[in-house]
Design a protein. Structure first.
Length: 302
């Protein structure tokens, strides 16, 4: 049983899944603040549904990448390449999680459920097959990677009341707010993922995967990491510009963007694995921090 739990955690990529669920749950609470009421049972359903949907997407990802994972040190101990779990077992678990998770999210809000299905298919059946073939996989993968805030935000609006809410609330609350939440997470993924790709480049190459912008750990790729880090500064001003982010959030987002830019610049100069790791570490800290700050400094539209 202990081995199964450990293998299940690796199949669903537990840390990644919990990060995704955290992002969705914070956005749910923003949506709830917009409505003026937090329904905690719905928050719990979102957490469970989000975990199941994300776990399913990661399970499909590992099924498709089973042979690739055998070639990389960082993934060879996953249950499928290590042959502690069969493809059939992983498929049954992933399908069940996907169906149950989608049913839960659809019950909360149809749009949230629809986005969750779209996220599974785009991540597992577009991004995953593209990884060994093209650098464009990073762009494709950034879309499902940025959908959790939308799913969480829309899940805060009950299905029967969603249309009513749209007519009674400023349209920014239903359209612009979740779109900006999506954009923040979308742009964040580029310095985050390219820094990881730089650090793991040798391991990726063993599996025939090359995702750096120039395909090499060179100055061109370092420039892309720096520019994408620099973009986090203007991105951090979007919530205030559109009227739902306060001064506290904007100040913290600016400091985070400056830290991103500084470490991106240091990496451009040094171009080492250590400098790339610093960009990666700041990305780990940046996203959950600004999401939490935005929750507490969120300004609902009237």
């Amino acid at each position: 049983m202990k081995t199964f739990i450990s293998d299940f955690n690796k199949l669903v990529k537990l840390r990644l899944t919990l990060t995704v669920v955290f992002s969705a749950s914070i956005s749910f609470l923003m949506g709830a603040k917009q409505q003026g009421e937090i329904m905690w049972i719905n928050w719990l359903m979102l957490t469970i549904g989000g975990f199941l949907v994300t776990g399913a997407a990661n399970g499909f990802n590992e099924i498709i990448e089973k042979d690739i994972d055998k070639l990389m040190k960082r993934t060879m101990d996953r249950p499928l390449p290590a042959e502690r779990m069969t493809t059939g077992q992983a498929l049954v678990l992933s399908v069940l999680m996907g169906i149950l998770g989608t049913m839960v999210l659809v019950k909360l809000n149809f749009v949230a459920g629809l986005l969750s299905v779209f996220s599974i298919f785009l991540y597992a059946f577009a991004y995953t097959p593209l990884k060994p073939k093209s650098r464009i996989a990073v762009l494709v993968g950034a879309i499902p990677g940025a959908l959790p805030p939308l799913i969480g935000y829309f899940a805060a609006f009950e299905s029967l009341g969603f249309g009513l809410a749209y007519t009674e609330v400023n349209e920014y609350a239903i359209v612009v707010t979740p779109f900006i939440l999506f954009l923040i997470q979308f742009f964040w993924q580029y310095p985050h993922y390219w820094a990881i790709a730089w650090v793991a480049d040798e391991d990726y190459k063993r599996a025939g995967i090359r995702l750096l912008p120039s395909l090499e750990k060179d100055k061109v790729s370092a420039w892309f990491i720096f520019i994408s880090s620099l973009l986090m500064i203007p991105v951090g001003f979007l919530p205030m510009y559109f009227g739902f982010g306060g001064w506290v959030f904007t100040a913290v987002a600016l400091l985070g963007g400056l830290a991103f830019t500084w470490y991106g610049y240091k990496h451009l100069v040094e171009r080492t694995d250590m400098s790339a790791k610093k960009v990666m570490y700041i990305s780990f800290l940046y996203l959950p921090l600004i999401q939490l700050i935005l929750l507490f400094d969120f300004i609902p539209f009237k």
